[in-house]
Design a protein around this ligand. Structure first.
Ligand code: FES
Length: 292
């Protein structure tokens, strides 16, 4: 047998690969318990085989300092990292532990209509975070920051001694993947994001109408907050994009219902509100994730 040859194949993103797995999970969920058990057993045996192969591969690599350095570099690849973490062959990264810390306080923040996003991890000892949604600019945010977010990060990541609260639309950096803004409650959403143009095209303090995968929506930008809603008034479903915006309040051009463009709350009839879609800004590009 000759020397084994390595084969190069086209690269797929983690999102694409996970979406493919999710499709099968949906199918398996509709099966009966005995069929599900068979699938689970098959999956487990395949995973055991792969885990053992990776374990042996890492064992070989660890014996070579130069190869170990290469492996550490390879862990910057999201797919390599995700798979080795899944098999519990590497410890959680600092980034992941910070996210775990933030996840532990997100339910508390969500109960107040807010959230916190990880802006940047700056090894060896600094983390930048930013409040979004109702927590951003809230008078109690300093208390929430110190008692909740800061304490959670310090508990999960003892090596972090400096935690900065960033204000304003985050600057795109490699450390945060270029993410400048994420809607509250959409921070951890993967997949389903659709490109919606450039942030500079969204008028400050106004709304921009466009169609995304067949859905009429409006985008708004007000200071640090970018929001997206269905372009339909909660009164009679008529379009809102011709309405006036003053101080972040949109007035429907038809019968005058008013809406807070940060939250979608209707100020005229509090029992209704606009249908929000998640929005994020990456490197100045807006992406929307339609509500189902
Ligand atoms: S349709 Fe908007 S107020 Fe009537």
């Amino acid at each position: 047998m000759g020397e084994p040859q390595l084969i190069t194949t086209p690269e797929l993103s983690l999102d694409e690969l996970l979406e493919e797995i999710l499709k099968f999970d949906v199918i398996f969920d509709s099966w009966d318990e005995s069929q599900k058990g068979s699938v689970q057993a098959y999956r487990q045996s395949v995973e055991d085989l792969h885990r053992e192969a990776f374990r042996r591969l890492i064992g070989v690599v660890k014996a070579e300092p130069a190869a170990l350095k290469t492996l550490r570099n390879a862990l910057n690849d999201e797919v390599v990292y995700a798979v080795l973490r899944h098999f519990e062959l590497i410890k959680a990264s600092l980034h992941e532990r910070v996210e775990e810390a933030l996840d532990s306080v997100r339910p508390m923040l969500a109960s107040h209509g807010g959230n916190v996003e990880l802006v940047a991890v700056k090894p060896p000892n600094q983390v930048d975070v930013r409040f979004v949604g109702a927590c951003d600019g809230c008078p109690a945010s300093m208390l929430t920051f110190n008692a909740g977010v800061k304490k959670a990060i310090e508990t999960h990541c003892p090596e972090i001694t400096k935690i900065e609260q960033i204000r304003g639309l985050a600057a795109p950096t490699d450390a945060n993947g270029g993410v400048q803004f994420v809607s509250p409650f959409a921070v951890n959403q993967k997949g389903g994001w659709v490109d919606a143009g450039k942030l500079v095209d969204v008028p400050e303090g106004g709304v921009l109408k466009f169609k995304i995968t067949g859905e009429d929506v409006i985008l708004s930008k007000n200071g640090d907050v970018v929001a997206c809603f269905q372009n339909a008034c909660a009164h009679l479903n008529l379009p809102l994009d011709e309405g006036d915006v003053v101080d972040g309040i949109l007035t429907c051009p038809h019968h005058g219902f008013q809406y807070d463009l940060q939250s979608g709350e209707c100020l005229t009839a509090p029992e209704v509100q606009l249908l929000p879609h998640a929005v994020r800004v990456i490197n100045g590009n807006v992406q929307v994730r339609l509500a189902v």
